[in-house]
Structure formats: structure tokens, C-alpha cells
Design a binder for this molecule. Structure first.
Ligand code: SF4
Ligand code: SF4
Length: 223
């Protein structure tokens, strides 16, 4: 289980910029349980986008966005719609956004922030990981998480130690920022590398008091 909350719609719409043709993907798993995905989320997203003058090129609900096979099968039915899209808006935890980013040659933008685990974890076959940082930045990193792919969790580009695409801390590991650079280059979005991202607000790692009264938080803290 990955517990998420919706980003403010103003922030989501701002992140889309001038890209008008939006394909929407929503997760029917954890995000549905958290009311940040599911069919209701899909309907809400379509309405918000259309009210903002965007064209919704397609919309699909996938039971578990962390399951790459499932995502591939479901999204494979929308190749034409995806070809006519500028980006994909994803309603799910950070893992789901990364999975969609790995499956399509389009920018992926998160509609949700991932907060905490909710006590138990599902099993997903892919390598994508989310550290529940509370402020999902995948929209400007080509859908690759800088927190879980960079050993130093850097947010503003690589450290000086990246060597032939490998991490200076662990030469067996790909440098997360090289992966981000290559993905952004392929997407024609290298300008996203230029923005300065503020330091992480680590308070977001601790859910707000109202969240700590939920069953999911209780499960997280079961001894
Ligand atoms: S930026 Fe990474 S750690 Fe933070 S919510 Fe997104 S996927 Fe998870
Ligand atoms: S080499 Fe790359 S992955 Fe390793 S700490 Fe530096 S930027 Fe991060």
C-alpha cells in the first residue's frame, strides 16, 4: 500500500504549461483506496482539464499501475490516442507514475503526492521505487525518481562524481541523474534540467496530524 494525496489542481495545471493534449491514466489499486485515483479520480481529472481548456485525448483506469504487464496491455489499446498526446497525467503513487513513464515515450506528470506506506506493501515486479517523499517531482525529471535513483538523493542534477554513467558511490549502479538526463533528452525536455528546485521539505516525510488518525497510519505503526 502506498498512501497518496491529490496535489492542488492549480499546481497540476501549472505543471502542464502550454501542453494541451493530455492523456489521463488512473490507478485502481492503492490510489483508488486513498481517493486519489480510481474511476472517480479519472472523471474529476477529465472535468478539471476540460474546464482549463485542455483536450483529453484519452483516459484509462488500470487496476494496479505498479504492474508493468497490466499497464502494457491496457495502454497498448490506446496507441493512437497516445500518439496524439503531449503528455500523460497519472493519478497514482510515485511507482505508478514511473511505470507509465517507462512504458510510453511521453512526459509523465504526477497528479498525486505519495505520503507513506500504510503498513503493508504490495509486491511489484519492476525496479521502480518511491520513498514517499511527500512532494512528487516526477513531472520535471522525465518520470524517473531522483530520490530513489540518486544515491545522494540530489534534486538539481548530478554530483561531480558521476563516471561513464555510473554512480561514484556504487560503480555497479547507474547514475540516477544520467538516467534522468537521457530520458529528458529523448523526450525533448532538456529545459527541465535548468530549473532550480528548492531543497526538500523533510517535514513532508511526516504526514499531517489528520493523516495520523487514519487506519493506514495505524497499520504503518503496528509493532
Ligand atoms: S519524487 Fe520519488 S520519492 Fe517522491 S513521491 Fe515521487 S516517486 Fe516518490
Ligand atoms: S554519481 Fe549520480 S547517482 Fe551517484 S550520487 Fe552522484 S548524481 Fe547521484
Amino acid at each position: 500500500m502506498l498512501v497518496s494525496e491529490r496535489k492542488p489542481w492549480e499546481e497540476i495545471l501549472q505543471s502542464l504549461g502550454t501542453r494541451d493534449r493530455i492523456f489521463v491514466v488512473s490507478c485502481g489499486g492503492c490510489a483508488d483506496a486513498c481517493e486519489t485515483g480510481g474511476n472517480e479520480g479519472l472523471v474529476e481529472a477529465k472535468t478539471k482539464l476540460q474546464e482549463a481548456g485542455k483536450q483529453v485525448t484519452g483516459a484509462v483506469l488500470v487496476d494496479y499501475l505498479c504492474n508493468k504487464v497490466l499497464v502494457g496491455i491496457r495502454m497498448g489499446r490506446y496507441i493512437k490516442e497516445l500518439e496524439g498526446s503531449d503528455l500523460v497525467l497519472v493519478l497514482s503513487c510515485g511507482v505508478g507514475v514511473q511505470v507509465v513513464g517507462a512504458m510510453v515515450d511521453l512526459p509523465v506528470h504526477p497528479a498525486d503526492n505519495t505520503l507513506f506506506m500504510g503498513g503493508f506493501t504490495g509486491v511489484w515486479p519492476g525496479a521502480e521505487r518511491c520513498a514517499q517523499c511527500g512532494e512528487c517531482r516526477l513531472g520535471v525529471t522525465g518520470g524517473i525518481c531522483p530520490v530513489t535513483n540518486c544515491t545522494k538523493e540530489l534534486l538539481n542534477g548530478p554530483c561531480g562524481g558521476s563516471n561513464n554513467g555510473k554512480c561514484e558511490v556504487d560503480p555497479e549502479k547507474d547514475c540516477g541523474w544520467m538516467l534522468i538526463y537521457e530520458r529528458l533528452k529523448r523526450l525533448g525536455r532538456l529545459e527541465d534540467m535548468k530549473g532550480i528546485r528548492p531543497a526538500r521539505d523533510h517535514k513532508l516525510m511526516e504526514p499531517p496530524p489528520e493523516r495520523r488518525k487514519t487506519i493506514y497510519w495505524a497499520l504503518e505503526n503496528v509493532e
